[in-house]
Design a protein around this ligand. Structure first.
Ligand code: IYR
Length: 221
């Protein structure tokens, strides 16, 4: 046995019919997910978010460095601060910064600089990527594949929130470095995504958009 290794535990070998059925079931479950922008103010129990964050924290990462931090915000005053700062950036984005081609690409989503969901939804989760960590001696240690690792963990988080029955919105105010100060995170961390989490509003609407087909997204040799 390799040093520092243990037998694989927890892997359940299933028969191929079962694997097929489970793969279909999981795909069907994930395909019902929609990004939501109209949230209900109804509160969500903290334990639910803890379970979903625990799922996110199980994601694979470069050298298993787990270079992420999730700042969970439910305090109304903090949410208001974030909304004010985000809308300021978004107004600049929509009125001057974004090239016309970008605005054209966004048009089907119907987004604009107004971000009321940043206050309405019960939770905002800001995911920070840690460029550096600390080794056992407390010395600065470079992290590898930080954006990739954070992206994978976000995928786990979004999937688990959806599986549990909550809605989310992947929001990326640009630039979003104002989030470091509001969330009290160090300069060595870079905010990647602001995930808005809660129940959809009763009258929530979503844009009529489609996903690419399997043929379009895959090739087989
Ligand atoms: N950050 C802006 C613009 C925006 C950009 C992309 I790429 C999107 O997929 C959606 C929106 C906003 O949040 O409105």
């Amino acid at each position: 046995m390799k040093p520092n290794h243990i037998p694989l535990a927890g892997y359940l070998r299933r028969n191929s019919d079962e694997i097929r059925a489970r793969a279909d079931e999981f795909a069907a479950m994930l395909r019902t997910r929609r990004t939501v922008r109209d949230f209900s103010p109804e509160p969500v129990a903290r334990e639910i978010l803890e379970a979903c964050l625990s799922a996110a924290g199980s994601a694979p990462s470069g050298a298993n460095q787990q270079p992420w931090h999730f700042a969970v915000i439910s305090d109304p005053a903090t949410k208001q601060k974030i909304r004010i700062a985000a809308e300021e950036e978004e107004r600049a984005f929509y009125s001057e910064r974004a090239p016309q081609a970008w605005l054209d690409a966004l048009a089907p989503l119907g987004t604009d600089a107004e971000k009321p969901f940043l206050e309405t939804a019960p939770y905002l989760i800001v995911c920070f990527g840690q460029r550096y960590g600390q080794d056992e001696k407390g010395e600065r240690m470079k992290h590898y594949y930080v954006p990739e690792s954070v992206g994978i963990a976000m995928g786990f988080l979004i999937a688990s929130l959806h599986f549990a029955g909550l809605a989310s919105l992947t929001h990326t105010p640009s630039p979003m470095n104002f989030l470091n100060e509001i969330c009290g995170r160090p300069e060595s961390e870079h905010p990647y995504v602001l995930l808005v989490v809660g129940y959809p509003a009763d009258d929530a609407q979503v844009p009529q958009i489609t996903k690419k087909t399997l043929r379009e997204i895959s090739s087989w040799q």
